[in-house]
Write a protein that binds this ligand. Structure first.
Ligand code: F0G
Length: 468
């Protein structure tokens, strides 16, 4: 990446939304009322919202136009025909099935492909939490085969999302091939800080799958961002268009699930795509039961129309250059200010390395939550802990599960914020980082059993005064 890779926004702003500006005093009251849980803070009190890049993007004029032109038919609408034709070309797959969002698509694929009696095992490069949830739900277990290159948050390794083929082979042999119905590659790897997966890795994983006769699927939520990284970083790919790279990426796989809320550039929706007619038929029957008729899948016709446009727009190279450049800009400037982050910056988010920022705060005081809340109090910016609170408790022992590293994620909505917004975030994070020795940990005053991070309530823990 060049020193200052931040290109100008390749769009003009046609509609604006007022940003709430609050005082520190107001924010203190808001966070107290929210019982210290950033998920309980109303969006109308948030100045810059980096909670997620999912369903939070801005649509283009062409997408808004498509919304109006979209037609609403239960079966076989014009909007559906447009989406189907577009997705067939973009992904090179004959069968396209809409779902209400990514997890709806996961539900269909895993219920159809997993045989609970076999105790199935699904290797991947760090399944996303809903994906893991759906694998569990269908009676399976996820196994992480990401390479050791992902473990060093500071190395320059260009494709930290890559699966290690050696680990994959071992995982398949250990489980027994009969228990492995598919391998799932997430592009880009959200649980590995949005790091990309190389074309080389996709081909190697295909070879391993062929050795054992196993299907290969993508979790393709951020497929276009992944393609841009391949273009930028992988040898021999620089001259290809993003559309060509996407075609190459999908050629070796049997199908994919996708949350359209990311690289579909829409606010809701999901897809399953596949090559096999029999599989499609089974998916479509399940889809009719849980999502809706196979030509709308829980979405309005106009949503399908906007998604068709989004899937075409996301392939524009100047958009992706700006998008990946904006994430890089945020990460690089934070790093220049001394803030430890996962390097190199991924596609959709910057991950602060809280284990390095607050090494002395006990994990039982949830340092990620302490940092996240301090950022809100400082500036009204909402970021999100990805650490021990999110990991939850071990159902057997009841003890907290501690991930290898504690993170706070700054996920950037698409086409929403400008460079000056990023500067505001950088100043605030840097300020909180520089005053990190004043931060207080938290403890639960209410802790739900399932997905505790969404609804937990906290209070601050007073710092112990050193007796020396
Ligand atoms: N797969 C990946 C890689 C994801 O990042 C997500 C969602 C999903 C599947 C599920 O999709 O939300 O449409 O049902 N990620 C969001 C996030 C929630 O904030 O990273 P969904």
């Amino acid at each position: 990446m060049p020193e200052n890779p931040y290109p100008f926004e390749p769009f003009k702003i046609k509609t604006t939304e007022r940003i709430p500006i609050t005082s520190r005093e107001e924010r203190e009251k808001i966070l107290t009322d929210a019982k210290g849980n950033i998920f309980n803070v109303p969006a109308r009190t948030i100045t810059i919202d980096l909670l997620t890049d999912s369903g939070t993007g801005a649509m283009s004029d062409a997408q808004w136009g498509a919304l109006v032109q979209g037609d609403e038919s239960y079966a076989g609408s014009r909007s559906w025909e447009d989406l189907q034709a577009t997705a067939q070309v973009v992904f090179g797959m004959p069968y396209i099935l809409p779902a209400h969002q990514g997890r709806g698509a996961e539900h269909l694929l895993f219920t159809v492909l997993l045989d609970r009696d076999k105790k199935p095992v699904i290797p991947g490069n760090g399944h996303f939490d809903t994906t893991m949830g759906h694998i569990d739900w269908a009676g399976g277990t996820g196994v992480d085969c990401i390479g050791d290159w992902a473990l060093d948050p500071e190395s320059d390794y260009p494709f930290k999302g890559d699966i290690d083929p050696g680990k994959l082979r071992s995982a398949i042999k250990e489980a027994g091939v009969d228990r492995v119905p598919l391998v799932l590659i997430t592009i880009t790897a959200n649980t590995a800080a949005g790091q990309p997966v190389s074309m080389k890795c996709i081909c190697e994983v295909r070879e391993v799958c062929d050795e054992f006769g196993i299907g290969l699927y993508f979790d393709a939520a951020r497929f276009a961002e992944n393609a841009y990284f391949i273009k930028e970083r992988e040898e021999g790919m620089g001259d290809k268009s993003i559309a060509e790279i996407v075609t190459m990426m999908f050629e070796p796989v049997d199908g994919a699930v996708m949350s359209s809320k990311k690289d579909g550039l829409v606010n809701i929706g999901g897809l399953v795509v596949c090559r096999d007619k029999k599989l499609y038929r089974r998916l479509a029957s399940m889809g009719t039961l849980f999502e809706g008729f196979p030509t709308y899948g829980g979405q309005a016709g106009r949503d399908l129309a906007a998604l068709a446009v989004g899937l075409r727009e996301v392939l524009h190279e100047e958009y992706l250059r700006w998008r990946i450049g904006q994430t890089y800009y945020l990460g690089k400037r934070l790093r220049d200010n001394g803030v430890p982050i996962v390097w190199p910056p991924g596609g959709h988010a910057i991950y602060l390395n809280i284990s390095k920022i607050l090494p002395d705060m006990p994990l039982s005081q949830y340092p990620g939550v302490a940092f996240q809340n301090a950022v809100y109090l400082d500036s009204g910016v909402r970021v999100c802990e990805i650490g021990s609170v999110m990991a939850g408790r071990d159902p057997e022992t009841g003890e907290d599960r501690h991930p290898r590293l504690e993170f706070v994620r700054l996920a950037i909505p698409r086409r929403v914020y400008t460079q000056t917004h990023m500067d505001y975030v950088i100043e605030s994070i840097t300020r909180v980082y520089e005053n990190r020795d004043k931060l207080k940990g938290v403890r639960f005053i209410y802790e739900p059993k399932v997905l505790r991070h969404f609804t937990a309530e906290y209070e601050e823990v007073e710092k112990e005064v050193s007796k020396t």
